[in-house]
Design a protein around this ligand. Structure first.
Ligand SMILES: [Zn+2]
Ligand SMILES: [Zn+2]
Length: 392
């Protein structure tokens, strides 16, 4: 079975919603109009709605007509990014400097499509919890997933299992991938502040050169993944910012390095922070500079449970024909990982078509592919229906 017929019938409506959301993007925790749009749609389908969970989060509850007591959570994220859109099509962003460059407009439209279909048919037992999450892009403990959980998402709305998905540029339309176990990386951030007294550029003997010290640290940080980590255990340490100095003839008194650490295994992740401290402090000591380090654990590894991955594969196969069950893992992070720490479930990737002409995530030329809408909505719906049948 490909797309569910009834969902194909209202494909044009989903395109309209998606274009409306794309034209009116809102940043993390500012998704007020988006949340209102979602809540109104859900109510119009007869779905019970609770607003304001985790700031601008929206939760819808729908009971099926069959007997049974399981509760399944389906999640979409709603926020946009601080990027000035470069596209010039009719539905381009009308908000300066804000853009749906990650396709969360499409995720929201797909889950709304599933909600509309499931509300019409109610061909399942127990209930479905529709979770429209804010602030995925903010991430970490401050992000929408962690905050919704802190504010009682799963206490108020019991979910026996949860599912989510992300559009994946470069995967063909009508394809789907899931992987049991770790699928997306953990993500931490670090800051190294190297300081000294600063001095005249012509008198380097008068103090510790923090620019040179920072240079040694930058190079040595690469030894963590190259020399301190099991070669079969993936770890990335990327220094992404370096700030310091503002005159050509002054050796500054401070240089700041910031960056991110990505890993899959708890062991590799745990080894990074002490290694960064050892390297930065050791090199600073060798040049006579001071060094202050802060390290923040932000995203857990996204781990799909074995049984939920099998359910996702079964539901996915009914919609997509077949499912890629061994896609390459990615070092990209996703805050659905917090929900998967709390509840068993599965995250998957849905094909968004070619990734040429800037159609890549977080690009100013990105646009969610409307052809994917009925596939994603059908997947969510099939998942809910299939899980009830399995649970009988
Ligand atoms: Zn994103
Ligand atoms: Zn995203």
């Amino acid at each position: 079975m490909p797309i569910i017929n009834r969902i194909a019938e209202f494909h044009d409506d989903m395109i309209q919603w998606r274009h409306h959301l794309h034209a009116h993007p809102e940043l993390s925790y500012q998704e007020n109009e988006t949340a209102k749009f979602v809540a109104e749609k859900l109510r119009s389908y007869g779905i019970e709605v609770t607003e304001g969970i985790g700031g601008t989060g929206v939760v819808g509850i729908l009971h099926g007509t069959e007997p049974g007591g399981r509760s399944i959570g389906l999640r979409a994220d709603m926020d946009a990014l601080a990027i000035e859109e470069r596209n010039d099509f009719a539905h381009r962003s009308t908000h300066d400097g804000v853009m749906h460059a990650c396709g969360h407009d499409g995720h929201t439209a797909m889950l709304l499509g599933a909600a509309r279909y499931l509300a019409e048919t109610r061909n399942f037992a127990g209930r479905v919890v529709f979770i429209f999450q804010p602030a995925e892009e903010m991430g970490g403990e401050d992000g929408g997933a962690a905050r919704m959980i802190r504010e009682g998402l799963f206490d108020t709305f019991r979910c026996d299992e949860i599912y989510g998905l992300h559009n994946w540029p470069g995967m063909e339309i009508g394809t789907f991938a899931v992987k049991a176990g770790p699928m997306m990386a953990s993500g931490d951030s670090f800051e190294i502040e190297v300081s000294s007294t600063g001095m005249h550029a012509a008198q380097p003997q008068k103090g510790a050169d923090v620019v040179l010290t920072a240079g040694h640290i930058l190079v040595a940080l690469q030894q963590i993944s190259a020399r301190n980590t099991d070669p079969l255990d993936a770890l990335v340490v990327s220094a992404t910012q370096i700030h310091g100095g503002d005159a050509y003839n002054v050796l500054p008194n401070k240089v700041t390095i910031r960056g991110t650490v990505r890993a899959f295994s708890p062991g590799a992740r745990a080894s990074a922070e002490p290694a960064i401290r050892r390297i930065a402090e050791g090199i600073a000591a060798s040049t006579g500079a001071q060094c202050q380090i802060s390290y923040l654990q932000q995203y857990p590894t996204l781990v799909n449970s074995q049984s939920a991955a099998r359910s996702a594969e079964a539901a996915g196969s009914s919609v997509f024909g077949s499912v890629e069950t061994n896609p390459p893992q990615t070092m990209i992070v996703e805050d659905f990982a917090f929900m998967l720490e709390d509840r068993p479930g599965c995250y998957g990737w849905i094909g968004n078509g070619p990734d040429d002409n800037g159609r890549i995530l977080h690009s100013a030329w990105f646009d969610f592919n409307d052809d994917a809408l009925p596939f994603g909505a059908s997947y969510f719906a099939a998942l809910a229906e299939a899980r009830w049948q399995e649970a009988q």
